[in-house]
Design a protein around this ligand. Structure first.
Ligand SMILES: CCCCCCCC/C=C\C/C=C/C(=O)SCCNC(=O)CCNC(=O)[C@H](O)C(C)(C)COP(=O)(O)OP(=O)(O)OC[C@H]1O[C@@H](n2cnc3c(N)ncnc32)[C@H](O)[C@@H]1OP(=O)(O)O
Ligand SMILES: Cc1cc2nc3c(=O)[nH]c(=O)nc-3n(C[C@H](O)[C@H](O)[C@H](O)COP(=O)(O)OP(=O)(O)OC[C@H]3O[C@@H](n4cnc5c(N)ncnc54)[C@H](O)[C@@H]3O)c2cc1C
Length: 672
């Protein structure tokens, strides 16, 4: 319907090719560092290719589809991936290949909560017999489960959850009830339409006594008809800001009976006579959340920001607007220092959070090994670290994606840029898996407790909080001094708020009031604590990584930029704490600007090194060839509104005025 408009060789493609020629480092080697080695890069590419070449996984661009089509396509693809593609290619969970799986998944998919929450919960909370019964069924999609914890009335405060599981000794069943409308489960992914089971978090009640939140497997739909079972009201909660392909659901249960064996009973059990047996700490009930907070920031937030950076930096390298030299040619917007100041720190955030996250995954794995031997002494530390890490990463990456989107001007507002999709995907990461403020407060609670202890009684990574402040020797811009600066700031923040808490409680104020009145400073301490962790982990990575000098230099520059950018955007905090002087702050600002200039020629190379395929981004601005304008025009042509040359409804409603206009104009014409 539309004619083709093409340039033989667009200026934009030429510009991006030049950028690549100007890069001062081997891009492929940085890709290997990012992936964790050459072999990992090869493996990832193999998996990505396997998925991208598969005809079943092809579909129209998401911005041309309705929610209904997006849900349908995502379900079809996900079922195929988990039931055919993965098992047929030996990509079983836990394998090395599986690690790269999130990069290979189609841009929209569902059944993710079944895979990342329902299945791991069976493993974490189920006895050996329960795992043997439920796990194979779940892995084969014979049963599909949601993680049903949040209710209409409560998400953060889990002790407030209202759904009840009352033990009926006579029938040896639990009776599941949502006593009020506010007790209805609300939000769980995959639950609205796809799930036939749910891992329901409910208050256990035996003989009228409450035992707190426990995990129950509840069948909610018939396995042959997929109809809701008696007593179950289930459906999709409706349209959201994003996650269009996912059926976040509601679930109301009235007198739904499940066998006694459906209480996942690795940590606590109800005997046939109603005796409650506690086998492990109640805190392990929260283990599934720690697991997600540790393992998912990479795929759900960091990779999302990496994609946004790829789009915004490639586009900024080809988008020419305005002049730097009077009388000269128009420049790429990436040549403006202010554009570099928006985008290059986002690249630094991607690197910092990725390598810090790998450190937390290792810590968590060590914790799990100890837990298997009955030792959970590190639980409080890993909970505090993972809670603030999830909060900080989701916050930094969400802010970063919005910076990237706005840095693309008008085109960043178009779905065709791919950026609104990324923003809507990443925004809820600040809420799900623990609302960020609530998580920071959890970390602060731990830090304040630690502040009253001796260094010898604290984990090694926390002891600095109560040790003397260290002196910085030399320039603030050295990596060692950045670590000292952030450690000192975290220690002073935590000590300051702990002092405030003690003083208020010594004056007789109740602890809950003290806590509420101190909460602004508590959250600040948790943020500074996790920042010192991220910076420390990034510096360790950069120091230890084996790579060529040019790559090392880029990583060092990004590391320094990450720390300095944070200092420059929060300089008031550092000055107030007395950790930095005005002179330090001036130097930090000047050094950041120098680093931006130094990194600028490598910016396109650095995003190329993330190695995202064009189809994994669905972005007209971010495609490898830089052909932004032709792609935007091609995408506009696919808009469902352009199916007909004349849109019937637009014509119908506007026609009377148009006819009036025609008559007036023709009248004017004939008078002339
Ligand atoms: C980037 C993120 C990646 C995620 C990707 C997912 C992709 C798929 C998309 C969506 C899936 C989403 C799923 C969900 O959202 S599932 C629902 C998640 N919900 C939550 O996370 C709820 C948050 N609330 C809580 O965690 C808690 O209830 C609470 C800790 C905030 C409650 O506070 P409070 O009442 O004060 O505490 P308690 O009395 O209950 O506990 C006190 C005690 O226990 C310790 N503790 C708390 N949590 C944990 C934990 N997870 N692990 C270990 N220990 C924990 C706490 O520190 C206290 O200890 P104490 O000081 O020694 O007493
Ligand atoms: C896309 C998406 C997917 C989800 N998937 C699932 C799922 O699969 N399964 C599931 O069970 N749940 C799921 N959830 C629910 C999610 O886990 C909750 O929304 C989340 O835990 C926050 O709880 P809330 O909605 O009750 O927020 P609230 O706690 O009501 O938060 C509202 C405000 O109150 C503040 N606040 C709350 N408590 C405190 C406090 N103690 N101190 C200071 N401020 C406080 C918060 O900071 C926030 O500003 C999902 C949510 C979304 C958006």
């Amino acid at each position: 319907m539309f004619s083709t408009v093409k340039d033989d060789m667009s200026i934009e493609s030429t510009l991006i090719s030049k950028e690549r020629k100007n890069a001062k480092f081997p891009v492929e080697e940085l890709t290997n560092v990012w992936d964790g080695g050459k072999e990992e890069t090869e493996l990832r590419r193999k998996i990505v290719k396997l998925f991208e070449d598969d005809p079943v996984l092809k579909s129209p661009p998401i911005c041309t589809m309705t929610r209904e089509e997006r849900f349908t396509k995502a379900t079809r693809k996900s079922a195929y991936i988990y039931r055919n593609l993965i098992p047929n290619n030996g990509l079983h969970p836990g394998s090395r290949e599986f690690e790269h799986f999130s990069r290979a998944m189609p841009i929209e998919n569902n059944l993710l909560v079944h895979m990342i929450a329902f299945i791991p919960c069976i493993k974490s909370f189920g006895s050996q017999e329960q795992v043997a019964k439920w796990l194979p069924l779940a892995l084969n999609l014979n049963i599909i489960g949601a993680y049903a914890q949040t209710e209409l009335g409560h998400g953060s405060f889990l002790r407030g959850i209202e759904t009840e599981a009352t033990f009926d000794k006579k029938t040896q069943e639990f009776v599941i009830n949502c006593p009020k409308v506010s007790s209805m489960k609300w939000w769980p992914g995959d639950m609205g339409l796809n799930a036939n089971h749910a891992l329901v978090m409910a208050n256990l009640i035996i003989d009228g006594k409450e035992y707190g939140m426990h995990a129950f497997i509840v069948q909610i739909r018939d396995l042959s008809t997929h109809m809701p079972l008696p007593g179950v009201t289930v459906g999709d909660i409706g349209s959201k800001m994003g996650f269009e392909a996912i059926d976040n659901g509601f679930l109301y249960m009235k007198n739904v009976r499940i066998p006694r064996e459906n209480l996942l009973n690795k940590n606590s059990e109800v005997k046939p006579d109603g005796t409650y047996v506690k086998k492990a700490s109640d805190r392990l009930m929260y283990g599934s959340m720690v697991n997600l907070r540790v393992n998912l920031p990479k795929s759900q937030a960091i990779d999302v920001l990496a994609k946004a950076c790829t789009i915004a930096i490639r586009y900024s390298a080809v988008r020419r607007q305005g002049l730097l030299n009077p009388g000269g040619a128009e420049v790429a917007v990436l040549d403006y220092t202010l554009q570099q100041h928006k985008l290059i720190p986002q690249l630094a955030t991607v690197y910092a959070t990725k390598f810090a996250g790998e450190g937390i995954i290792k810590k968590h794995q060590a914790f799990l090994q100890n837990m298997a031997k009955g030792n959970i002494s590190d639980l409080a530390e890993i909970h505090a670290l993972s809670a603030s890490f999830k909060a900080s990463v989701s916050e930094q990456c969400t802010e970063g994606v919005e910076v990237c989107r706005r840095a693309c001007g008008g085109h960043g507002y178009s779905q065709a840029s791919g950026l609104p999709f990324l923003l809507c995907k990443i925004t809820p990461s600040c809420t799900y898996e623990g609302e960020n403020t609530v998580l920071y407060l959890q970390t602060a609670r731990y830090l304040v407790k630690c502040a009253s202890k001796q260094a010898a009684d604290l984990p090694e990574s926390i002891a600095f909080l109560v040790q003397p402040i260290q002196d910085m020797k030399g320039s603030i811009t050295s990596l060692d001094n950045l670590i000292i600066c952030f450690k000192n700031s975290a220690a002073l923040c935590v000590q300051g708020v702990s002092k405030k808490v003690n003083e208020m409680s010594n004056k007789g104020l109740a602890m809950h009031e003290v806590w509420n009145k101190s909460s602004v400073q508590l959250v600040k301490s948790a943020k500074m604590y996790v920042m010192q962790y991220i910076i420390g982990a990034f510096v360790s990575f950069v120091t230890e990584v084996k790579c060529s000098e040019p790559i090392k230099e880029i990583l060092q520059d990004l590391c320094c930029l990450y720390g300095l950018h944070y200092i420059n955007t929060h300089s008031g905090e550092f000055l107030k704490l007395g950790v930095l002087s005005a002179h330090h702050c001036t130097l930090a600002e000047e050094t950041e600007i120098q680093l931006l200039e130094k990194l600028r020629p490598n910016a396109v190379g650095i995003v190329d090194a993330f190695d995202f395929t064009d189809s994994s981004m669905e972005s007209c601005l971010g495609a490898y060839d830089g052909n932004v304008y032709e792609r935007l025009f091609d995408m506009a042509k696919l808009s469902p509104l352009n199916k007909e040359k004349v849109h019937q409804e637009s014509y119908r409603h506007l026609r009377p005025f148009l006819l009036e206009g025609r008559d007036i104009l023709e009248g004017v014409k004939s008078k002339n």
